[in-house]
Design a protein around this ligand. Structure first.
Ligand code: ADP
Ligand code: MG
Length: 697
């Protein structure tokens, strides 16, 4: 179908909408396919959706006498003079005459072939920025080509695409134009939907974005607010909604143990605690408890700021499984954290007669064998571990609930492999990073979310200070004061290996220096390169108050809970991400003492981004505000590891800019999933490229 002739008609659901492999077309050589792959283009849809960065107007030819300084213009004229000047430096000068005046083209770098093509008497069409030079109008390094009298001017604006080394604009334009004329561009949305949203058809939108008419509104095309852009954004968001919500709905057809509410264990556990649950903890515990009663697997994200008390909620969920004779598992991203969970769970649950097992890479062979046996025969009721829990030898007898702490630290593969053990367990994922609404509506739309939006009482707010590295001495004094008053402190260094380029101090250097500065204090050292057993010893000494100052890398970022630690110094804070800083800072302010966090930064070397990050972390302790800022600064791909999670990234839509379209897509998706299975398949095939599979059925 030709562009522009497309009418808005209801799609034929049977039509083959291929995401289209690019294999086997003449001209699409392996070398070219490799280059396209570098741009993320692997199929027809990829070509169609490779969008211009900007546009150039080659539709008009301007007479030299009408040129204006500073403007982009296209001029056509006859070459009347060519010369190479050598002083003050080598330069190729070419004069064009178009009857209304003369224009000088100036090239500071040029090839012999260029010199050969610019012959007196040839017609040249040149495009570039005009400026007024010493000898009249001139263009420096214009785009140009030799033309004949009959060479037509462009009828549409010329797209300029993102590209990669060795792939010229001309080639990429050619193949995108080819895709536009070869692919099936028929609508997957019924005309009624396009009309109610007042958006052009899929084909019209693509035609408009790749080859806009000269009178098109360039500003809205480039800002991506043009209706053509919105149409594609809506379609993409719709595909995302359809796939996430279908995934969500399908889960209800899988079986999982329906766990009756706990009658005794939870009550006994709560009674033994030195504190009462907050309202927020009670609310989320109820939500989780209800999910566990269902005969299909829960997939719930429990989100609560650092220190909000997620661990006890996890323990309550585990009790519901254990009381019915099932096993539960808790996975933590680091050994330090797994060990700490183990200690805590032992303390809470051993008095209730519950067997808690623990599995770590650092265990001896014998102990490990015993643990594996206890897990396999069901004696171990609650199992705590790191990724060691994923190993093949680990077989649960009856696993009903898998809890993943700090879920964003795990890859999606790891989460899946645990889920597969012992059939389908319920899954509870816990994270201290709040998910902004636009994200929970999109990338996390297949999960249920519970939020602990309240901290336990009696916490004093953490005071954050930004201090230039030049004032280290003051900081040392504050560390000393805190430790002399019986408090403890962390000193966090970002890297352990010497890296001159970054001028980061190594953690071992810092450790030695601090030991010398504080001869009367006990200083500990923990970093990622230590053996797990060494780490455990160091952490235990710090927990017990035997060491006062702990020098650490970011290994302590997640979960570590030492309430007596009330001061944290973070070196090179400017190099760390917002969520990471927030997590680190959350290690203090856990007890009743007034806590502070000192962010040391290298003065004079702050990038705009780093400055913005430090400002945010200084001004706010609200995890939600920080997450929003983090998302805005880094984009969704890096946020909570979404890019690594395997969920396809949005290419066209922007969650902030297009949030109204997101709402509309969500509504339509809910309706379609019920009523329009064929349209859903067709739309997903186009956008997510499962065409082959779906076409077969
Ligand atoms: P996080 O949500 O960061 O994992 P934790 O579960 O480690 O937080 O809890 C932080 C600290 O607060 C722990 O020492 C925990 O025992 C304590 N805590 C949890 N809930 C309450 C509560 N309702 N009242 C008082 N202290 C609590
Ligand atoms: Mg925690």
């Amino acid at each position: 179908m030709k562009q522009g002739q497309h009418k808005q008609t209801d799609p034929d659901p049977a039509a083959h909408v291929s995401a289209g492999s690019l294999q086997g077309y003449k001209g699409l050589t392996p070398a070219l396919l490799t280059k396209l792959a570098k741009l993320g283009i692997s199929n027809m849809q990829g070509l169609l959706l490779h969008m211009p960065l900007r546009y150039v107007d080659e539709t008009r030819i301007t007479a030299v006498r009408d040129l204006r300084s500073g403007e982009q213009a296209q001029v056509q004229g006859e070459v009347v003079h060519v010369e190479v000047q050598y002083r003050p430096r080598k330069v190729l000068i070419c004069r064009l005459n178009d009857q209304s005046g003369q224009l000088v083209l100036r090239f500071l770098h040029f090839y012999p072939s260029q010199l050969a093509s610019l012959k007196e008497g040839k017609q040249i069409r040149a495009l570039g920025e005009v400026r007024s030079g010493f000898f009249g109008w001139e263009m420096v390094h214009p785009q140009y080509r030799v033309v004949g009298d009959e060479t037509e001017v462009a009828t549409a604006l010329t797209p300029v695409y993102p590209t990669t080394a060795g792939l010229s604009q001309a080639v990429i334009r050619k193949w995108i134009a080819w895709a536009l004329s070869h692919a099936d561009l028929s609508d997957t949305l019924p005309a009624s939907v396009s009309q109610s949203l007042n958006l052009p058809s899929f084909a019209q939108s693509l035609a408009c974005l790749h080859h806009p008419a000269p009178e098109a509104d360039l500003a809205s095309l480039e800002s991506r607010e043009h209706p053509a852009w919105q149409r594609l954004a809506f379609e993409e968001l719709l595909a995302q909604q359809l796939s996430m919500r279908r995934h969500y709905a399908r889960r209800k057809h899988q079986g999982a143990p329906a766990l009756k509410p706990s009658k005794t264990l939870i009550t006994a556990l709560l009674k033994s605690l030195p504190f009462a649950l907050t309202q927020a903890q009670q609310k989320v515990a109820l939500e989780i408890g209800r999910d566990l009663e269902k005969p299909y697997p829960m997939q719930r994200l429990l989100q609560g700021d650092v220190g909000s008390g997620k661990t006890i909620v996890a323990a309550m969920a585990a009790m519901q499984a254990i009381e019915q004779g099932w096993q539960a598992a808790i996975m933590a991203p680091t050994e330090i954290l797994a060990e700490q969970h183990y200690q805590k769970m032992q303390g809470w649950l051993a008095p209730l007669g519950i067997q808690v097992a623990w599995l770590a890479g650092s265990q001896g062979k014998k102990q490990r064998r015993e643990m594996l046996a206890a897990i396999a025969d069901g004696q171990a009721q609650l199992v705590i571990g790191t990724h060691a829990l994923f190993q093949e030898q680990v077989v649960f007898q009856r696993l009903a609930l898998a809890i993943v702490d700090e879920q964003h630290r795990f890859g999606v593969q790891q989460r899946l492999s645990l889920r597969q053990k012992g059939g389908q367990p319920h899954q509870l994922m816990m994270s201290a990073t709040p998910i902004p609404r636009t994200l929970s509506m999109s990338y996390f739309a297949d999960l249920d979310v519970s939020v602990i939006d309240e901290l336990p009482p009696g916490r004093t707010p953490i005071v954050t200070r930004l201090i230039s590295d030049a004032r280290r001495d003051e900081v040392l004094e504050r560390v000393q004061d805190a430790c002399m008053q019986g408090r403890q402190a962390y000193w966090v260094c970002p890297l352990i290996e010497e890296s001159e380029a970054l001028q980061l101090q190594t953690v071992t250097d810092t450790y030695e220096t601090l030991q010398q500065s504080f001869p009367h204090l006990k200083v500990g050292l923990v970093h990622g390169r230590m053996k797990p057993a060494e780490k455990q010893t160091v952490m235990a000494a710090f927990s017990a108050g035997e060491t006062q100052l702990l020098v650490a890398t970011t290994v302590i970022e997640v979960g570590v809970d030492v309430p007596n630690a009330s001061l944290m110094v973070i070196e090179h804070a400017e190099r760390m991400g917002l969520s990471q800083l927030h997590q680190l800072r959350g290690r203090v302010g856990r007890g009743a003492a007034k806590s502070s966090c000192i962010l040391l930064y290298q003065d004079g070397k702050l990038s705009e981004m780093a400055r913005a990050r430090l400002k945010t972390i200084y001004e706010s302790t609200d995890g939600f505000v920080i997450a929003q800022a983090d998302l805005a600064q880094r984009g969704p791909g890096e946020f909570m590891g979404i890019r690594q999670s395997g969920v396809p990234m949005l290419k066209i839509a922007d969650l902030e800019r297009d949030h109204e379209l997101l709402e509309a897509a969500r509504e339509l998706a809910e309706r379609w999933l019920e009523t329009e299975p064929v349209l859903v398949d067709k739309h997903l095939a186009r956008w997510l490229g499962h065409a082959e599979e779906l076409v077969k059925v």
